[in-house]
Design a protein around this ligand. Structure first.
Ligand code: SF4
Length: 178
């Protein structure tokens, strides 16, 4: 399965989740957030294609990573290719973080050819940082997110309970405004 990416994998990231992380930069995004820090990732025809098996091999062969982070761009536009990648990371005992411009509610209401895979991808994600980047809600004190409207969601607890559960370790009580 081909995945279109914006850049080579990042190894040893310490800003895209806890620990040392491998970051996968999905190419293509339609949220067009004002002040986006990665505008080069917007064009769905940009970047280049890589086989998801190739990424899985790199996850398997790279030592000392705590987990992987799906970022972009908008990872959920390529959910089908990301499902086996997230699944492989989990099977290696790694955790999976994902960033999306969709809110949790929007992800569950989407109607498009990727819908089945978008919902399946959630099953393999531990933490989801949801929502568009809103420039006037940007703050340097926020950890692992760009603007205060974004939420750091405990995905498995949310799926189990049927409502959004914020992760207790990563959401300051005073930085969430939506
Ligand atoms: S969702 Fe992320 S990549 Fe997409 S426009 Fe917004 S900030 Fe940029």
């Amino acid at each position: 399965m081909k995945l279109r990416v914006a850049a080579p994998l990042t190894i040893d990231s310490i800003v895209d989740g806890p620990g040392l992380r491998m970051v996968i930069w999905a190419q293509g995004c339609k949220h067009y957030c004002r002040g986006c820090h990665n505008p080069q990732t917007h064009d769905e025809r940009g970047g280049y294609e890589i086989d998801s098996d190739c990424i899985i091999e790199q996850i398997q062969s790279t030592k000392l990573q705590s987990g992987i982070t799906l970022s972009g761009g908008e990872p959920f536009l390529q959910a089908e290719a990301l499902v086996p990648i997230a699944q492989a990371a989990k099977q290696l005992g790694q955790d999976v973080w994902a960033y999306t411009g969709f809110t949790w509610g929007q992800l569950h209401a989407l109607s498009n050819p990727q819908r089945q895979y978008q919902l399946e991808l959630l099953n393999w994600i531990d933490i989801l940082v949801d929502g568009r980047f809103i420039e006037h809600k940007k703050s340097a004190i926020l950890r692992y997110k760009g603007s205060s409207n974004q939420r750091i969601i405990d995905v498995q607890a949310s799926l189990e309970l049927g409502y959004v559960v914020l992760h207790e370790n990563y959401n300051r009580h005073d930085d969430h405004t939506s």
